[in-house]
Ligand binder design. Structure first.
Ligand SMILES: Cc1cc2nc3c(=O)[nH]c(=O)nc-3n(C[C@H](O)[C@H](O)[C@H](O)COP(=O)(O)OP(=O)(O)OC[C@H]3O[C@@H](n4cnc5c(N)ncnc54)[C@H](O)[C@@H]3O)c2cc1C
Ligand SMILES: *[C@@H]1O[C@H](CO)[C@@H](O)[C@H](O)[C@H]1NC(C)=O
Ligand SMILES: *[C@@H]1O[C@H](CO)[C@@H](O)[C@H](O)[C@H]1NC(C)=O
Ligand SMILES: *[C@@H]1O[C@H](CO)[C@@H](O)[C@H](O)[C@H]1NC(C)=O
Ligand SMILES: *[C@@H]1O[C@H](CO)[C@@H](O)[C@H](O)[C@H]1NC(C)=O
Ligand SMILES: *[C@@H]1O[C@H](CO)[C@@H](O)[C@H](O)[C@H]1NC(C)=O
Length: 528
């Protein structure tokens, strides 16, 4: 009786908020006893970001295709889906178009996200069409200003770039980035390797020299002019990963430069992850913190303890950076995961009537027009100057109403601005740079791993039935790569526990999985 009441309350609430997933209900002891007759094995997924939601989706593909009998429970300690991919609304008013607070772009080569957007009918916006100027600021001067969106589209071909750095640096860098992308596309091919250790995989992809040295050493070794690396490439590594070219590994550098086809979901990238869950029919437990995971004595099962109770699982997928989860694991497992520092990144979103940043702050004359996108380089500081006070400042167009709220369109709208910085930027600083600001929203993220050169990565498989998606992050940290990491993990887990993966009994990555002809738009996992 009591349980039924709770159930219907949940139903009402969920309908009121139109939650797209099934209702969080924990089995009480007595009901578990009654249902003992035919309990489906369960898989727990911890984290409802790109990694966890896509893991649920991949499992559901195997359920759909091969009738694998498994229940999926997704645990998320926050009250929303998307993790580091989430939006906020100017003035906290959802009739305004949302602004991405975390991950904002993915690119053409990101086939899972592109495919998901298409299948889920989500409208994309192209960042390349942006016609704003981009400047690279060294703390005291603009070392380069590129006109109208060409920074993203064709940084290697603009006259100003060629003028400052010569012809070979941009073209060689472009060739390197292209060869990385070509290899990367191998992730979607029928013969894509699977890995329980990323170092095996980096060897197979011949990417050791990309992860074992810094971007600047790698580029120099490939005869790219140091100035190009430390200004133009560094502008990209600083805005994408908050790190300089002489710190970040070269794969992180290449990922930062691969911007072709930069897109985002208009209504928010988190929608992809909501749809993954919706389509997976997983049970989703929001506001539910996972506290501890232990082996169930005498079995190969796992017990997951959460703020709402406990449950037994055949498989566990950890889809969050382990050291940030505060989960207690058996010590032999916890020891397997090396400490991994993350970059503290302050994101500041604001609205302002200033059409551009103030020239005075940048030492320009009062009639000068400051670029709408300002990236930064550490090169000034290296030469004895000062470190820029921010990593990037970008104007993101005008505040606007979402479609459907068009009748109250804003007259004389304000501009929206996004700032990334290592330190919190205080109100007085905002006034110095923008004059009058109206709405301000601040968020401190543990944004991405510190991508130091390495040849060793955390284990993907922690134990039988226990897998770690975010082992991939110190290699590449993006929304897309988390969906690739989860595909690999799900395939390994399902093979191990159910004898059949996302695409059936054949292991992807074996020669036998290779087909003689593969359509150009084939995406492994979607098309098998
Ligand atoms: C400001 C910023 C900009 C970025 N820009 C881009 C970009 O443009 N493009 C791009 O592709 N990537 C970008 N990234 C990186 C991208 O956001 C991440 O690589 C990706 O979203 C990570 O997804 P994930 O699912 O692995 O982790 P997360 O999104 O962090 O998800 C993990 C989830 O686990 C939950 N969790 C943690 N501990 C527990 C627990 N004990 N119990 C239950 N739940 C728990 C967390 O609440 C979280 O929701 C950006 C990141 C930031 C911060
Ligand atoms: C996709 O979205 C568009 C507009 O957003 C809508 O007109 C169309 O009917 C949708 N298609 C499907 C298959 O949902
Ligand atoms: C990085 O790996 C490459 C290729 O295996 C090797 O030749 C090089 O010596 C390594 N460099 C460092 C700094 O370890
Ligand atoms: C998931 O998506 C597939 C393909 O679009 C569709 O056939 C299936 O019915 C969806 N399942 C759910 C539960 O939405
Ligand atoms: C900032 O703008 C608001 C609204 O236009 C105005 O009320 C306020 O006085 C302005 N503040 C300053 C310091 O200019
Ligand atoms: C792959 O195919 C060959 C012959 O076609 C067969 O002998 C072998 O067992 C297959 N391997 C797997 C893993 O299925």
């Amino acid at each position: 009786m009591h349980r039924l009441l709770v159930y219907s309350l949940f139903v009402c609430t969920s309908l009121a908020f139109q939650f797209p997933f099934s209702i969080p209900i924990f089995k009480s002891k007595d009901s578990a006893h009654i249902e003992q007759a035919h309990v489906s094995p369960r898989i727990a997924i911890i984290g409802a970001g790109a990694g966890g939601t896509s893991a649920a989706f991949w499992i559901s593909k195997a359920k759909e295709r091969f009738g694998i009998d498994v229940e999926i429970d997704v645990y998320e300690r926050s009250d929303y889906i998307g993790g580091r991919s989430t939006v906020v609304y100017p003035y906290d008013d959802p009739t305004f178009a949302p602004l991405e607070l975390g991950a904002s772009i993915f690119v053409d080569a990101n086939k899972n996200l592109m495919r998901a957007s298409k299948e889920f009918n989500l409208t994309l916006t192209a960042f390349e069409d942006d016609d704003s100027n981009t400047g690279i600021w060294d703390g005291q001067h603009f070392v380069l200003v590129i006109e109208s969106g060409s920074y993203l589209k064709s940084w290697w071909a603009t006259l100003k770039v060629l003028w400052r750095y010569g012809y070979t640096a941009p073209t060689r860098t472009k060739a390197i980035v292209q060869s990385v992308i070509d290899r990367f596309l191998g992730f979607y091919a029928p013969d894509s390797p699977r890995w329980d250790d990323l170092s095996v995989f980096t060897e197979r992809f011949q990417w050791v020299s990309l992860t074992n040295q810094t971007a600047s050493d790698f580029l120099e070794g490939n005869r790219v002019s140091p100035l190009f690396a430390r200004e133009l490439v560094e502008a990209a590594t600083r805005v994408n990963y908050g790190q300089n070219v002489d710190e970040i590994h070269a794969l992180g550098g290449a990922a930062s430069m691969a911007a072709t086809g930069a897109s985002g979901v208009v209504a928010g990238n988190f929608l992809i992850f909501e749809r993954f869950l919706q389509n997976s029919t997983a049970n989703v437990f929001l506001n539910t913190n996972v506290k501890e995971i232990q082996r169930k004595p005498g079995t190969s099962l796992w017990t997951v303890y959460t703020s709402a109770g406990s449950q037994t699982y055949k498989g566990v997928i950890l889809a969050a950076p382990f050291h940030q989860t505060d989960i207690t694991l058996p010590s032999d497992l916890a020891e397997l995961i090396p400490p991994q520092p993350y970059v503290d990144l302050h994101v500041t979103l604001l609205t302002t009537r200033s059409e551009h940043s103030r020239p005075g702050y940048f030492g320009l004359t009062s009639n000068a027009q400051v670029p709408a996108t300002i990236l930064t380089t550490h090169e000034g500081a290296r030469a004895g100057g000062v470190e820029p006070e921010f990593n990037s400042i970008s104007y993101h167009g005008k505040v606007r109403k979402v479609d459907g709220a068009a009748e109250d369109a804003v007259t004389d709208p304000e501009s929206t601005v996004k700032i990334f910085s290592k330190e919190r930027v205080p109100d007085e600083w905002l006034e110095t740079v923008f004059g009058n600001v109206s709405w301000v929203y601040r968020k401190l993220w543990q944004a991405y791993p510190v991508l130091l050169p390495t040849t060793e990565f955390p284990p993907v498989k922690l134990d039988q039935g226990f897998y770690y998606v975010n082992a991939f992050e110190p290699f590449i940290s993006t929304m897309e790569t988390e969906t690739i990491a989860s595909r690999n993990v799900v395939d390994l887990l399902l093979h191990e526990e159910f004898g059949s993966g996302i695409c059936g009994a054949l292991l992807s990555g074996t020669e036998n999985a290779t087909q003689t002809t593969t359509p150009a738009d084939f995406v492994l996992g979607w098309d098998c």
